[in-house]
Write a protein that binds this ligand. Structure first.
Ligand SMILES: [Zn+2]
Length: 454
Protein backbone atom coordinates (compact mmCIF):
# COMPACT_ATOMS: atom_id res chain seq x y z
CA UNK A 1 0.00 0.00 0.00
CA UNK A 2 1.25 3.47 -0.81
CA UNK A 3 0.42 6.50 1.22
CA UNK A 4 0.20 9.88 -0.49
CA UNK A 5 0.58 13.02 1.54
CA UNK A 6 0.41 16.53 0.25
CA UNK A 7 2.87 18.65 2.14
CA UNK A 8 0.64 21.64 1.52
CA UNK A 9 -1.41 20.15 4.32
CA UNK A 10 1.46 19.46 6.70
CA UNK A 11 2.96 21.90 9.15
CA UNK A 12 6.49 22.93 8.18
CA UNK A 13 8.12 21.24 11.19
CA UNK A 14 6.54 17.97 10.30
CA UNK A 15 7.87 18.27 6.79
CA UNK A 16 11.38 18.76 8.11
CA UNK A 17 11.14 15.67 10.25
CA UNK A 18 10.07 13.76 7.19
CA UNK A 19 13.10 14.96 5.30
CA UNK A 20 15.54 14.15 8.04
CA UNK A 21 14.18 10.83 9.13
CA UNK A 22 12.97 8.83 6.20
CA UNK A 23 13.52 5.54 7.94
CA UNK A 24 10.97 6.48 10.52
CA UNK A 25 8.43 6.40 7.72
CA UNK A 26 9.78 3.28 6.02
CA UNK A 27 7.14 1.39 4.28
CA UNK A 28 5.78 2.40 0.95
CA UNK A 29 5.61 6.13 1.15
CA UNK A 30 5.29 8.92 -1.33
CA UNK A 31 5.23 12.54 -0.57
CA UNK A 32 4.00 15.26 -2.91
CA UNK A 33 6.01 18.25 -1.91
CA UNK A 34 5.03 21.87 -2.16
CA UNK A 35 6.89 23.45 -5.04
CA UNK A 36 10.06 24.58 -3.36
CA UNK A 37 11.81 27.21 -5.39
CA UNK A 38 9.30 26.82 -8.18
CA UNK A 39 9.96 23.16 -8.62
CA UNK A 40 7.55 20.36 -7.99
CA UNK A 41 9.49 17.58 -6.37
CA UNK A 42 8.27 14.10 -5.70
CA UNK A 43 10.08 12.25 -3.00
CA UNK A 44 9.71 8.71 -1.82
CA UNK A 45 11.33 6.05 0.22
CA UNK A 46 10.99 2.46 -0.77
CA UNK A 47 9.96 -0.09 1.80
CA UNK A 48 12.94 -2.37 1.23
CA UNK A 49 15.96 -0.14 1.75
CA UNK A 50 14.66 3.35 2.49
CA UNK A 51 16.18 4.58 -0.78
CA UNK A 52 15.54 8.24 -1.34
CA UNK A 53 13.94 8.89 -4.70
CA UNK A 54 13.41 12.22 -6.30
CA UNK A 55 11.75 13.48 -9.45
CA UNK A 56 11.66 17.06 -10.49
CA UNK A 57 9.35 18.95 -12.78
CA UNK A 58 9.13 22.67 -13.45
CA UNK A 59 6.03 24.75 -13.21
CA UNK A 60 6.42 27.66 -15.53
CA UNK A 61 3.14 29.52 -15.80
CA UNK A 62 2.47 32.42 -13.45
CA UNK A 63 -0.64 31.40 -11.55
CA UNK A 64 -2.09 34.46 -10.08
CA UNK A 65 -1.87 38.18 -9.86
CA UNK A 66 0.11 39.35 -6.85
CA UNK A 67 -1.38 41.90 -4.54
CA UNK A 68 -0.24 45.44 -5.07
CA UNK A 69 -0.66 48.21 -2.60
CA UNK A 70 -0.21 50.80 -5.31
CA UNK A 71 -3.49 50.59 -7.09
CA UNK A 72 -4.31 52.23 -10.32
CA UNK A 73 -7.88 53.21 -10.72
CA UNK A 74 -9.03 55.20 -13.71
CA UNK A 75 -5.66 56.81 -14.04
CA UNK A 76 -5.34 57.78 -10.40
CA UNK A 77 -2.59 56.20 -8.36
CA UNK A 78 -3.47 55.49 -4.78
CA UNK A 79 -0.40 55.21 -2.63
CA UNK A 80 -0.04 55.59 1.07
CA UNK A 81 2.28 58.40 1.96
CA UNK A 82 3.17 57.02 5.36
CA UNK A 83 6.67 55.76 4.68
CA UNK A 84 7.98 56.79 8.05
CA UNK A 85 9.74 54.03 9.83
CA UNK A 86 7.73 51.11 8.67
CA UNK A 87 9.32 47.72 9.31
CA UNK A 88 12.54 49.29 8.10
CA UNK A 89 13.25 50.78 11.50
CA UNK A 90 15.13 47.57 12.23
CA UNK A 91 17.57 46.46 9.56
CA UNK A 92 19.15 43.56 11.44
CA UNK A 93 19.48 40.55 9.16
CA UNK A 94 17.69 42.27 6.28
CA UNK A 95 19.47 41.28 3.07
CA UNK A 96 17.02 42.53 0.45
CA UNK A 97 14.51 45.34 0.36
CA UNK A 98 12.43 45.39 -2.79
CA UNK A 99 9.48 47.21 -4.26
CA UNK A 100 6.99 46.27 -6.93
CA UNK A 101 5.41 48.57 -9.49
CA UNK A 102 3.85 46.46 -12.21
CA UNK A 103 2.14 49.22 -14.21
CA UNK A 104 -0.62 46.86 -15.22
CA UNK A 105 -2.55 49.64 -16.96
CA UNK A 106 0.41 50.53 -19.17
CA UNK A 107 0.09 47.76 -21.70
CA UNK A 108 -0.21 47.15 -25.40
CA UNK A 109 -1.52 43.90 -26.81
CA UNK A 110 1.31 41.56 -27.90
CA UNK A 111 4.01 44.08 -26.97
CA UNK A 112 7.12 42.43 -25.47
CA UNK A 113 7.31 45.07 -22.72
CA UNK A 114 4.10 43.65 -21.32
CA UNK A 115 2.04 44.03 -18.16
CA UNK A 116 2.77 40.36 -17.41
CA UNK A 117 6.48 40.91 -16.78
CA UNK A 118 6.50 42.10 -13.17
CA UNK A 119 3.66 39.78 -12.03
CA UNK A 120 5.62 36.86 -13.53
CA UNK A 121 8.63 37.82 -11.40
CA UNK A 122 6.49 38.36 -8.29
CA UNK A 123 4.84 34.98 -8.73
CA UNK A 124 8.17 33.24 -9.26
CA UNK A 125 9.56 34.81 -6.09
CA UNK A 126 6.51 33.59 -4.21
CA UNK A 127 6.69 30.09 -5.68
CA UNK A 128 10.41 29.87 -4.99
CA UNK A 129 9.85 31.01 -1.42
CA UNK A 130 11.92 34.17 -1.76
CA UNK A 131 9.40 36.54 -0.19
CA UNK A 132 8.91 37.81 3.39
CA UNK A 133 6.24 35.17 3.93
CA UNK A 134 8.95 32.51 3.74
CA UNK A 135 12.12 34.37 4.66
CA UNK A 136 10.87 36.48 7.54
CA UNK A 137 13.10 39.38 8.43
CA UNK A 138 15.73 38.55 5.79
CA UNK A 139 13.70 40.33 3.16
CA UNK A 140 11.36 43.29 3.13
CA UNK A 141 8.88 44.31 0.50
CA UNK A 142 8.49 48.06 0.61
CA UNK A 143 4.83 48.72 0.15
CA UNK A 144 3.95 52.18 1.36
CA UNK A 145 6.17 54.14 -0.92
CA UNK A 146 5.33 57.42 -2.55
CA UNK A 147 5.22 58.02 -6.27
CA UNK A 148 8.03 60.26 -7.50
CA UNK A 149 7.21 63.95 -7.60
CA UNK A 150 7.37 65.99 -10.76
CA UNK A 151 10.40 67.72 -9.19
CA UNK A 152 12.15 64.34 -8.98
CA UNK A 153 11.43 63.68 -12.64
CA UNK A 154 12.58 67.09 -13.89
CA UNK A 155 15.96 66.53 -12.28
CA UNK A 156 16.58 64.42 -15.39
CA UNK A 157 13.84 65.24 -17.92
CA UNK A 158 12.78 68.54 -19.45
CA UNK A 159 9.76 70.24 -17.93
CA UNK A 160 8.12 70.42 -21.35
CA UNK A 161 8.33 66.66 -21.80
CA UNK A 162 6.86 65.93 -18.36
CA UNK A 163 4.05 68.46 -18.79
CA UNK A 164 3.36 67.25 -22.33
CA UNK A 165 3.09 63.63 -21.22
CA UNK A 166 0.70 64.51 -18.43
CA UNK A 167 -1.44 66.43 -20.87
CA UNK A 168 -1.38 63.56 -23.35
CA UNK A 169 -3.17 61.40 -20.80
CA UNK A 170 -6.47 63.07 -21.76
CA UNK A 171 -5.98 61.94 -25.32
CA UNK A 172 -4.98 58.46 -24.16
CA UNK A 173 -8.13 58.25 -22.02
CA UNK A 174 -10.16 59.07 -25.08
CA UNK A 175 -8.29 56.93 -27.61
CA UNK A 176 -7.19 54.07 -25.34
CA UNK A 177 -3.65 53.81 -26.65
CA UNK A 178 -1.42 56.44 -28.16
CA UNK A 179 2.14 56.71 -29.36
CA UNK A 180 3.98 59.36 -27.42
CA UNK A 181 6.23 61.84 -29.10
CA UNK A 182 9.90 61.09 -29.01
CA UNK A 183 12.27 58.75 -30.71
CA UNK A 184 11.65 55.05 -30.86
CA UNK A 185 8.50 53.06 -30.36
CA UNK A 186 6.95 54.03 -27.02
CA UNK A 187 3.24 53.73 -26.40
CA UNK A 188 1.12 55.26 -23.66
CA UNK A 189 -2.25 54.49 -22.12
CA UNK A 190 -4.39 56.55 -19.79
CA UNK A 191 -2.39 55.34 -16.79
CA UNK A 192 1.12 55.71 -18.20
CA UNK A 193 1.96 59.04 -16.57
CA UNK A 194 0.87 58.04 -13.08
CA UNK A 195 2.27 54.53 -13.29
CA UNK A 196 5.61 55.91 -14.45
CA UNK A 197 5.68 58.19 -11.40
CA UNK A 198 5.00 55.15 -9.23
CA UNK A 199 7.85 53.20 -10.87
CA UNK A 200 10.32 56.03 -10.33
CA UNK A 201 9.02 56.43 -6.75
CA UNK A 202 9.52 52.73 -6.06
CA UNK A 203 13.16 53.19 -7.05
CA UNK A 204 13.94 56.31 -5.06
CA UNK A 205 12.21 54.88 -1.99
CA UNK A 206 14.68 52.02 -2.11
CA UNK A 207 17.51 54.53 -2.21
CA UNK A 208 16.03 56.01 0.99
CA UNK A 209 15.86 52.58 2.65
CA UNK A 210 19.32 51.43 1.67
CA UNK A 211 20.98 54.70 2.62
CA UNK A 212 19.16 54.79 5.93
CA UNK A 213 20.15 51.20 6.70
CA UNK A 214 23.78 51.94 5.81
CA UNK A 215 23.92 54.61 8.50
CA UNK A 216 23.63 52.01 11.23
CA UNK A 217 24.62 48.75 9.55
CA UNK A 218 27.85 47.63 7.90
CA UNK A 219 25.91 45.35 5.56
CA UNK A 220 22.73 47.14 4.55
CA UNK A 221 20.22 45.31 2.35
CA UNK A 222 20.50 45.44 -1.42
CA UNK A 223 17.55 47.23 -3.01
CA UNK A 224 15.69 45.81 -6.00
CA UNK A 225 13.04 47.84 -7.82
CA UNK A 226 10.82 45.43 -9.74
CA UNK A 227 9.32 48.14 -11.85
CA UNK A 228 8.10 49.10 -15.27
CA UNK A 229 7.96 50.90 -17.62
CA UNK A 230 11.73 50.56 -17.85
CA UNK A 231 13.86 53.67 -18.03
CA UNK A 232 17.35 53.53 -19.47
CA UNK A 233 16.46 54.54 -23.06
CA UNK A 234 14.34 57.53 -22.03
CA UNK A 235 16.30 60.64 -22.98
CA UNK A 236 16.08 63.98 -21.14
CA UNK A 237 13.72 65.37 -23.77
CA UNK A 238 11.40 62.43 -24.19
CA UNK A 239 10.53 58.74 -24.09
CA UNK A 240 12.34 56.15 -26.15
CA UNK A 241 12.51 52.41 -26.67
CA UNK A 242 9.64 51.33 -24.32
CA UNK A 243 11.03 53.67 -21.65
CA UNK A 244 9.12 56.63 -20.19
CA UNK A 245 11.14 58.10 -17.31
CA UNK A 246 14.80 57.30 -16.60
CA UNK A 247 14.24 55.52 -13.28
CA UNK A 248 17.90 54.89 -12.54
CA UNK A 249 18.98 58.40 -13.59
CA UNK A 250 16.25 59.96 -11.44
CA UNK A 251 17.41 57.86 -8.48
CA UNK A 252 21.01 58.93 -9.05
CA UNK A 253 20.08 62.61 -8.92
CA UNK A 254 17.88 61.93 -5.89
CA UNK A 255 20.74 60.19 -4.06
CA UNK A 256 22.92 63.24 -4.65
CA UNK A 257 20.30 65.85 -3.81
CA UNK A 258 18.55 64.29 -0.84
CA UNK A 259 21.28 62.14 0.69
CA UNK A 260 24.39 64.06 -0.27
CA UNK A 261 25.92 61.03 -1.98
CA UNK A 262 28.12 62.83 -4.45
CA UNK A 263 29.57 60.04 -6.54
CA UNK A 264 27.24 57.55 -8.18
CA UNK A 265 28.45 54.53 -10.17
CA UNK A 266 25.85 53.11 -12.57
CA UNK A 267 26.30 49.65 -14.05
CA UNK A 268 23.95 48.84 -16.94
CA UNK A 269 24.07 45.18 -18.02
CA UNK A 270 20.92 45.24 -20.16
CA UNK A 271 21.48 43.82 -23.66
CA UNK A 272 20.90 47.29 -25.10
CA UNK A 273 22.87 50.46 -24.59
CA UNK A 274 21.41 52.70 -21.88
CA UNK A 275 21.54 55.76 -24.11
CA UNK A 276 19.12 57.79 -22.00
CA UNK A 277 21.17 57.41 -18.83
CA UNK A 278 24.31 58.10 -20.83
CA UNK A 279 22.85 61.33 -22.27
CA UNK A 280 21.73 62.54 -18.85
CA UNK A 281 25.22 62.33 -17.38
CA UNK A 282 27.51 62.62 -20.39
CA UNK A 283 29.29 65.72 -19.08
CA UNK A 284 28.94 64.96 -15.37
CA UNK A 285 32.18 63.92 -13.64
CA UNK A 286 30.36 62.70 -10.52
CA UNK A 287 28.16 60.08 -12.16
CA UNK A 288 30.00 57.22 -13.83
CA UNK A 289 27.95 55.35 -16.41
CA UNK A 290 29.24 51.92 -17.45
CA UNK A 291 27.23 49.94 -19.99
CA UNK A 292 27.68 46.44 -21.40
CA UNK A 293 25.47 45.70 -24.38
CA UNK A 294 25.32 43.79 -27.63
CA UNK A 295 27.29 45.58 -30.32
CA UNK A 296 25.05 46.88 -33.09
CA UNK A 297 21.77 46.34 -31.24
CA UNK A 298 19.11 49.00 -30.55
CA UNK A 299 19.55 51.95 -30.42
CA UNK A 300 22.95 51.78 -32.12
CA UNK A 301 24.77 54.02 -29.65
CA UNK A 302 27.27 52.98 -26.97
CA UNK A 303 30.46 52.77 -28.98
CA UNK A 304 33.76 52.37 -27.18
CA UNK A 305 34.87 55.88 -28.08
CA UNK A 306 31.86 57.46 -26.33
CA UNK A 307 33.67 58.32 -23.12
CA UNK A 308 31.94 61.47 -21.87
CA UNK A 309 32.44 65.14 -22.60
CA UNK A 310 33.98 68.18 -20.91
CA UNK A 311 34.29 67.65 -17.18
CA UNK A 312 32.65 64.28 -17.67
CA UNK A 313 35.29 62.97 -20.04
CA UNK A 314 36.30 59.52 -18.83
CA UNK A 315 33.18 58.87 -16.73
CA UNK A 316 31.26 57.11 -19.49
CA UNK A 317 32.45 53.64 -20.43
CA UNK A 318 30.91 51.39 -23.08
CA UNK A 319 31.64 47.73 -23.69
CA UNK A 320 29.88 46.70 -26.90
CA UNK A 321 30.04 42.91 -26.77
CA UNK A 322 29.90 40.87 -29.95
CA UNK A 323 26.74 38.78 -30.45
CA UNK A 324 27.05 35.39 -28.76
CA UNK A 325 28.96 36.72 -25.75
CA UNK A 326 27.89 35.11 -22.51
CA UNK A 327 29.08 33.99 -19.12
CA UNK A 328 32.76 33.79 -20.01
CA UNK A 329 32.79 37.28 -21.53
CA UNK A 330 30.88 38.85 -18.67
CA UNK A 331 33.14 37.33 -16.00
CA UNK A 332 36.12 38.79 -17.79
CA UNK A 333 34.38 42.18 -18.15
CA UNK A 334 33.60 42.19 -14.47
CA UNK A 335 37.10 41.32 -13.29
CA UNK A 336 39.08 43.36 -15.79
CA UNK A 337 36.89 46.41 -16.36
CA UNK A 338 34.07 46.89 -13.85
CA UNK A 339 36.10 46.21 -10.69
CA UNK A 340 39.15 48.40 -11.47
CA UNK A 341 36.93 51.11 -12.87
CA UNK A 342 34.71 51.25 -9.79
CA UNK A 343 37.74 51.06 -7.48
CA UNK A 344 39.29 54.05 -9.20
CA UNK A 345 36.04 56.07 -9.19
CA UNK A 346 35.34 55.48 -5.46
CA UNK A 347 31.54 55.73 -5.54
CA UNK A 348 29.25 56.60 -2.65
CA UNK A 349 26.51 54.34 -4.04
CA UNK A 350 26.17 51.83 -6.89
CA UNK A 351 22.98 51.76 -8.96
CA UNK A 352 22.32 48.99 -11.46
CA UNK A 353 20.24 48.99 -14.61
CA UNK A 354 19.43 45.31 -14.43
CA UNK A 355 18.19 44.17 -17.82
CA UNK A 356 17.58 40.46 -18.25
CA UNK A 357 17.32 40.50 -22.04
CA UNK A 358 20.93 39.38 -22.50
CA UNK A 359 19.70 35.91 -21.49
CA UNK A 360 20.22 33.31 -24.19
CA UNK A 361 16.47 32.64 -24.29
CA UNK A 362 15.43 36.27 -24.65
CA UNK A 363 13.73 37.10 -27.95
CA UNK A 364 15.11 40.65 -28.33
CA UNK A 365 18.87 40.08 -28.31
CA UNK A 366 21.57 37.60 -29.28
CA UNK A 367 23.74 37.31 -26.23
CA UNK A 368 24.23 34.13 -24.22
CA UNK A 369 23.86 35.09 -20.58
CA UNK A 370 22.35 32.39 -18.38
CA UNK A 371 20.66 32.32 -15.01
CA UNK A 372 24.14 31.62 -13.67
CA UNK A 373 25.55 34.76 -15.29
CA UNK A 374 22.94 36.87 -13.50
CA UNK A 375 23.71 35.16 -10.19
CA UNK A 376 27.41 35.92 -10.71
CA UNK A 377 26.68 39.56 -11.53
CA UNK A 378 24.39 40.03 -8.53
CA UNK A 379 26.83 38.38 -6.17
CA UNK A 380 29.86 40.28 -7.48
CA UNK A 381 28.12 43.65 -7.54
CA UNK A 382 26.96 43.13 -3.98
CA UNK A 383 30.54 42.38 -2.96
CA UNK A 384 31.82 45.42 -4.86
CA UNK A 385 29.31 47.69 -3.10
CA UNK A 386 30.39 46.25 0.24
CA UNK A 387 34.03 46.98 -0.51
CA UNK A 388 33.60 50.44 -2.00
CA UNK A 389 30.52 52.21 -0.68
CA UNK A 390 29.26 50.75 2.58
CA UNK A 391 27.11 48.20 0.72
CA UNK A 392 24.80 50.87 -0.72
CA UNK A 393 23.39 49.38 -3.90
CA UNK A 394 20.01 49.38 -5.67
CA UNK A 395 19.03 47.33 -8.73
CA UNK A 396 16.40 48.61 -11.19
CA UNK A 397 14.61 46.27 -13.57
CA UNK A 398 15.08 47.25 -17.20
CA UNK A 399 14.54 44.74 -20.05
CA UNK A 400 13.89 41.01 -20.09
CA UNK A 401 11.13 39.70 -22.33
CA UNK A 402 11.08 35.94 -21.91
CA UNK A 403 8.91 35.64 -18.80
CA UNK A 404 10.54 32.42 -17.69
CA UNK A 405 14.19 33.34 -18.07
CA UNK A 406 13.41 36.80 -16.67
CA UNK A 407 11.72 35.41 -13.55
CA UNK A 408 14.25 32.68 -12.86
CA UNK A 409 17.16 35.07 -13.36
CA UNK A 410 15.72 37.69 -11.01
CA UNK A 411 15.05 34.93 -8.48
CA UNK A 412 18.65 33.75 -8.70
CA UNK A 413 19.79 37.36 -8.25
CA UNK A 414 17.75 37.37 -5.04
CA UNK A 415 19.51 34.17 -3.95
CA UNK A 416 22.86 35.87 -4.51
CA UNK A 417 21.79 38.78 -2.29
CA UNK A 418 20.62 36.32 0.35
CA UNK A 419 23.98 34.47 0.23
CA UNK A 420 22.12 31.36 -0.82
CA UNK A 421 23.56 29.02 -3.43
CA UNK A 422 22.50 29.46 -7.03
CA UNK A 423 19.91 27.14 -8.51
CA UNK A 424 20.99 28.01 -12.04
CA UNK A 425 21.87 24.42 -12.85
CA UNK A 426 18.19 23.54 -12.46
CA UNK A 427 17.15 26.13 -15.03
CA UNK A 428 20.03 26.47 -17.48
CA UNK A 429 20.47 24.07 -20.34
CA UNK A 430 24.12 24.07 -21.47
CA UNK A 431 23.11 22.13 -24.58
CA UNK A 432 21.58 25.23 -26.17
CA UNK A 433 24.74 27.31 -25.77
CA UNK A 434 27.29 27.66 -28.52
CA UNK A 435 30.90 28.75 -28.31
CA UNK A 436 31.37 32.37 -27.30
CA UNK A 437 33.33 34.59 -29.71
CA UNK A 438 36.24 34.79 -27.29
CA UNK A 439 38.80 36.25 -29.69
CA UNK A 440 36.45 39.12 -30.52
CA UNK A 441 35.31 39.95 -27.01
CA UNK A 442 38.84 39.77 -25.64
CA UNK A 443 39.82 42.31 -28.27
CA UNK A 444 36.96 44.60 -27.20
CA UNK A 445 37.94 44.31 -23.54
CA UNK A 446 41.57 45.10 -24.34
CA UNK A 447 40.58 48.17 -26.36
CA UNK A 448 38.28 49.43 -23.61
CA UNK A 449 41.04 48.97 -21.05
CA UNK A 450 43.41 50.90 -23.26
CA UNK A 451 40.97 53.76 -23.87
CA UNK A 452 40.30 54.10 -20.14
CA UNK A 453 43.84 53.33 -18.95
CA UNK A 454 42.71 50.40 -16.85
ZN1 LIG B 1 17.16 45.92 -23.36
Amino acid sequence: MTLFISVYELPLMEFRILQQSPSRYAGSFLCLVKPRLGIRKFFGWSSANTTFLQKTSLRIEPRRQPQYRSEVNRGAVLCSTSLNDSPLANYDNVKIVYSIAAATGHNKESHPESHLRVPAIANALEDMELTPKFLGSNIIQLENYKPASVDDIVSVHSKSYVAGLEKAMDRASRDGLILIEGSGPTYATATTFNESLVAAGAGISLVDSVVKASQTHKNPPIGFALIRPPGHHAVPKGPMGFCVFGNVAIAARYAQRVHGLKRVFIIDFDAHHGNGTSDAFYDDPDIFFLSTHQDGSYPGTGKMDEVGRGDGEGTTLNIPLPGGSGDYAMKMVFDEVIVPCAQRFKPDIILVSAGYDAHVLDPLANLQFTTGTYYMLASNIKQLAKELCGGRCVFFLEGGYNLESLSYSVADSFRAFLDEPSLASEFDNPAILYEEPSRKFKQVIQQVKQIHSL
